[in-house]
Design a protein around this ligand. Structure first.
Ligand SMILES: Cc1ncc(C[n+]2csc(CCOP(=O)(O)OP(=O)(O)O)c2C)c(N)n1
Ligand SMILES: [Mg+2]
Length: 447
């Protein structure tokens, strides 16, 4: 029978105290269950907020590029500030050429970063060049900040023989160990638990003491189970990690309002015990300051930090999408005009005499020329040797199913490669015209 004078928790505590806890003279006022120090209360109250009111958005520049009261522009120096703007401008220069190239049928697919230049390049600028980057797919700006060559970007998108990935990935699925940029994979959110592992590895490696990992993802990807698995693992295992959410309002055609019912993605950070900030993602200096501080905290505490950058996807999701089927064109035009990340930074630089009209026009000309030169070169280059399709995915001995595929292709090319016009023309696009495969097929046939 329950003894009224002794509440349940008190009795529980008493029974535990016989082995591990000191005896209680007073009923406990705070919970004692594992990792719980909350006050005990007799009032039944449900809550739905981690902070009173909305999570605020950190901002440095207003939409005209004027510093807001009380905010601080980082002291980065003239060259750095100009380079930040130039790199942000290079993104649309590359995007426009490759978007149109897809429209003309020169490449198979493309995704632009229009509208998110400050979020992507501003965050990249706050990192060290050896920080590990795990992107989603809309983070070309990080590679541009790290001086990834235009020729490599074009080679990847054209799947030419100069692509280090040997043309085996879809366009925009970049990867470069030299730039600490982990190869993009299409299935959403896979990079999030992987980033938890990378950060844990960094924590355990004394040679990488000063490096962090940064994991980019969209607000749509944050609905995947891997998001929760990744934040859970990272928060418990530790390691220097910045979770950087690009909240651009859409996951293809799904607006953010249909993606989550809570206060954005930032509200989830405290649920995992993760330090969190929300930032104006169209304000390059706010993003830079927030990521710089996130990086410092991640290193100091060897724990993950969450940054939610609020922005707007001005472009279509990809070349496979027509966003005017699900949002008004006027809305997009308004965003471009009223809250343009490139305009905001340019206005600020001009106000500080760091940029001029003539800087602007010579930058536009030189960037366009450089992008077009790289584009034309990649367009003229053959595709990789056909046989490379079957190499170096597996280490060691070639597995039987790969051997069978390779042999079958060799047989088909030997049979039709020189006789059928369609195949002949297609083979001409590849380095060695497919002859590397035909030889292999012949040998196999003879065996
Ligand atoms: C597991 C998985 N489901 C669905 C898709 C198809 N898909 C590709 S991108 C995308 C939207 C992602 O939106 P968000 O994470 O907000 O990134 P954004 O495109 O806005 O940058 C979807 C549903 C996919 N690639 N992987
Ligand atoms: Mg999105």
């Amino acid at each position: 029978m329950l003894r009224r004078s002794l509440p349940l928790l008190h009795r529980l505590h008493r029974s535990l105290s016989s082995s591990s806890l000191p005896p209680l003279s007073q009923p406990p006022t705070h919970g004692h269950l594992p990792n719980t120090h909350s006050a005990l209360t007799p009032s039944l109250h449900f809550f739905n907020s981690v902070l009173p009111g909305q999570i605020p958005t950190y901002r440095v520049l207003d939409s005209n590029g004027v510093i807001v009261d009380g905010a601080e522009v980082p002291d980065v120096g003239r060259e750095f500030a100009r380079r930040l703007y130039e790199t942000m401008m290079l993104l649309p220069a590359v995007d426009n050429v490759l978007y149109n190239a897809q429209r003309h049928g020169s490449i198979s697919f493309y995704m632009t970063t229009h509208g998110e230049e400050a979020a992507v390049v501003g965050s990249a600028a706050a990192l060290s060049p050896t920080d590990e980057v795990l992107g989603q797919y809309r983070e070309l700006g990080v590679l541009l900040w790290r001086s990834y060559p235009l020729s490599s970007i074009m080679a990847q998108c054209f799947s030419s023989m100069d692509d280090p990935g040997k043309g085996r990935q879809m366009p925009v699925h970049f990867g470069s160990p030299a730039h600490h940029f982990h190869t993009i994979s299409s299935p959403l959110a896979t990079q999030i638990p992987q980033a938890a592992g990378v950060a844990f590895a960094l924590k355990r490696d004394p040679a990488r003491k000063g490096d962090v990992a940064i994991c980019y993802f969209g607000e749509g990807a944050a609905s995947e189970g891997d998001f929760h698995a990744g934040l859970g693992m990272a928060s418990v295992l530790g390691g220097p990690l910045i979770f950087f959410c690009r909240n651009n309002g859409f996951a293809i055609s799904t607006p953010a309002a249909e993606q989550y019912a809570g206060d954005g993605i930032a509200s989830r950070g405290p649920g995992y015990g993760i330090r969190t900030v929300r930032v104006d993602g169209n304000d390059a200096w706010a993003v830079y300051n927030a990521v710089k501080e996130a990086r410092r905290l991640a290193l100091e505490y060897q724990k993950p930090v969450l940054v939610e950058a609020m922005t707007y996807r001005v472009g279509h999701h990809s070349t496979s999408d027509d966003s005017y089927a699900y949002r008004p064109k006027q809305e997009v035009e308004d965003w471009k005009r009223i809250d343009n990340p490139l305009f905001r930074l340019r206005r600020y630089l001009e106000s500080q005499s760091l940029w001029s009209e003539s800087d602007e026009s010579s930058l536009r000309t030189s960037q366009r020329e450089a992008v077009l030169a790289a584009f034309r070169y990649a367009e003229s280059r053959p595709k990789p040797r056909l046989g490379q399709m079957f190499t170096d995915v597996w280490g060691g001995e070639e597995p039987w199913m790969i051997r069978e595929d390779r042999e079958e292709m060799g047989r088909l090319l030997n049979k039709y490669g020189n006789v059928w016009e369609g195949w002949r023309r297609e083979l001409e696009r590849f380095d060695a015209g497919g002859r590397d495969m035909m030889g292999a097929g012949e040998e196999e046939e003879e065996n």
